[in-house]
Design a protein around this ligand. Sequence first.
Ligand code: FE2
Ligand code: FE2
Length: 177
Amino acid sequence: MHRISRIHARLENDHAELDDLVAQTFAALDAADAAKIFENLDFFWARLGMHIRAEHLRLFPAVREIAARSQELAAIPKILDQLREDHDFFMTELARAIKAMRLVFSFGNETETFAVVRSILEAVVERLKEHNDIEEEQIYTLTTDEFLDDDSAVQLLASVQMELDRYPARFESRSKQ
Ligand SMILES: [Fe+2]
Ligand SMILES: [Fe+2]
């Protein structure tokens, strides 16, 4: 049994941070505070986008290569395809929630909109929980020294970290906190 890799630890830690951000968004919904809901939702959306980008651009291609070397990992490409569909679902649904919140500032209709945003967020969280479990149990586990040599692991961690540091311009001040 190999201990979890640094890449695994970094991405699993990011899952936990994303859980906190979504909890803050629910708290803002409970308080029915439109400005706070928008701010938290926008930041959660951006951070999840960064996490997904790190997986798409850096982790998943590396894992596909690892899987291609072993008959035992023949099921992995299909799992990655499903995870990618989840990513598309998350980003599409959160874009819909953001759009609904923007309309609140122009047209009001808060109660109905908050209910819509809450139900979108609940659907995202439900699927995200299962998604993250699959990644943590079946994908991140393929980055230990059993599958990656030291140099490749260091490079992959650096490239994942680079994506996780790449905040959209509107959040640059938060990245320095
Ligand atoms: Fe993911
Ligand atoms: Fe993930």
